[in-house]
Ligand binder design. Sequence first.
Ligand SMILES: [Zn+2]
Ligand SMILES: [Zn+2]
Length: 245
Amino acid sequence: MRCGSRLIVLDAGTGIRELGLELERQGVSSMDLFISHFHMDHLQGFPFFTPSYNPQTHIDIHLAPRGHGRALSEPFHKLMEEPHFPVPFHHLGADIQFHELNGDCHLGEIHVRSQPMNHPGGSTAFRLEYRGRILVYLTDHEPFGGSKDESVRDFMHGADLLIREAQYTTAEYQQKRGWGHSTFEDAVADAVAAGVKRLALFHHDPEHTDLFLERILSDLQSRNRLSGLEILMAREGHCLELAPD
Ligand SMILES: [Zn+2]
Ligand SMILES: [Zn+2]
């Protein structure tokens, strides 16, 4: 996410590898990385993120409190320790600083809010507001199934863009209750109720092919045409602009 000269990266899955190469080409030397949680699919790209090896680069990593006096950096150290990876975290060249998220914070003109989600081991969603535009990144969340779902909708209220996980069909979900993920229907219903303008579905189930997702998308679009919600399936390399009115 680019806001003026500021660059914000949301999670460090495999997509961060290509991003790192592009940032190096562009000479970007400063960024903020927000981590939703430490499951492999959100962290495993980090050792392959080339800016973290560059002594000219500064990276601020933001994450929720870990509790019990555990260091914020611990999951990164573990990720890169022997025998999993040849370069230990403390050998990285970049200046990397960790910051604990406690509710609201400001990064220059960007206002960031965070909220815990319902996921095994926890997950944190982020709401970023910049010059009147709102982006919400909400991943790895299974609806609570009660009044707590209202707080999730409040959190995403009025978003210009909601990047939201939707891993399962309603039928698949019956076998995956408690796994901490949403259905396509959950994601769309929340977005419509919260007055979201654009919904980018991601965290696709590895068993779903492009063709399958395209069929799901056209079905969702045709059934929600009157809601005013724009729905799309996020894909690698996809760029969206939230231009001012
Ligand atoms: Zn997870
Ligand atoms: Zn995940």
